[in-house]
Design a protein around this ligand. Structure first.
Ligand SMILES: [Zn+2]
Length: 310
């Protein structure tokens, strides 16, 4: 339930209306109020408002429905946060906890086991890079910034810029989407695999776990699944680290079991550019010059990878 006046000035972007969070004891909440607001109070505690009007804070929640009171400028909004019930430990007939075997992550079903040869000696015009703007469509928005800007939009804007930067270097670029549409996760690398692309790069913006304070985490990182993707990821990470030096920390290359990177055939990686859940991170993604700098760094990383001898 949300109560607001006609001139509502408090907006809450995360958790999204109707969203149910997996069981947590604390979650972050972000939203926006008019510029210059200094009296924002969430769940009885004053909250700092950034110069854009964006804010983020942690709130205590429990299983079921939680009513969160948000007030500023004489307006109060009661916002409901739904939290799933704590999963009960599963026990066998003797009352011992059932140990669930660790999940095995399978490679993309349509990818061959054999890696494509490194493109050393090929010119950019002989190569095709697939750029995948993460998320898309009504339901899969990805993370959300305090003003309600979706990760899927940030990913598309940056991916289009990466396309431009790669084309300026002479590469052929194929995008998995160029507008806001839903894509099946496993379909994203399918065309890249079918056409024998030289590399697959998925572009994302990050969000912390719900129970982690977004103000405590902000970095750029490139994720890989296998050694083939690791070399590409390392080259992109190095040039991104340089481009963002003094701006945000570079966490380097990290391992992850993302479906789109589980490709033994085509070098694949996933770029988590920045966190958009804080007001600072949100402001950064709106900065066009910065976006172009990141895109050029990603393209340069891919080009360095092409020229690197294994
Ligand atoms: Zn994402």
């Amino acid at each position: 339930m949300t109560t607001c006046t006609l001139l509502a000035s408090i907006s809450i972007a995360f958790p999204r209306p109707g969203q149910t969070l997996p069981f947590v004891e604390k979650t972050y909440v972000n939203g926006a109020v008019p510029h210059g607001t200094t009296n924002l109070v969430v769940q009885g505690r004053p909250v700092e408002v950034y110069k854009t009007g964006g804010w983020v804070t942690m709130v205590d929640v429990s299983e079921g429905e939680n009513e969160i009171e948000v007030s500023a400028n004489g307006e109060t909004t009661n916002y409901v946060i739904r939290v799933e019930h704590k999963p009960k430990p599963r026990l066998d007939k003797d009352g011992n906890p059932i140990v669930v075997p660790e999940k095995k992550y399978e490679k993309l079903p349509y990818a061959k086991d054999e890696a494509r040869p490194h493109p050393f000696g090929k010119s950019p015009s002989e190569m095709t890079i697939v750029v995948d703007p993460g998320h898309g469509g009504e339901k899969d928005t990805g993370a959300v910034s305090p003003h309600g800007f979706f990760e899927k939009e940030a990913n598309l804007l940056l991916s289009l810029e990466v396309k431009k930067a790669l084309e300026a270097l002479g590469y052929n670029v194929v995008m998995t989407r160029t507008d806001d549409r839903p894509l099946v996760l496993l379909d994203r690398p399918r065309d890249a695999t079918r056409m024998g692309a030289d590399a697959f790069v998925s572009i994302h913006h990050n969000a912390p776990m719900f129970s982690t304070d977004p103000r405590t985490v902000r970095y750029t990182a490139v994720y890989k699944w296998n050694d083939l993707g690791a070399r590409l990821a390392a080259a992109i990470s190095a040039s991104m680290g340089k481009a963002l030096e003094g701006d945000i920390p570079n966490n380097g290359v990290m391992h992850a079991n993302f479906a789109v990177t589980r490709n033994p055939e085509i070098p694949s990686c996933l770029v988590e550019t920045d966190f958009i859940t804080t007001p600072e991170g949100e402001l950064a993604i709106w900065n066009h010059a910065r976006r172009r700098r990141i895109a050029e760094a990603i393209a340069e990383g891919i080009d360095n990878w092409r020229r690197s001898k294994e």
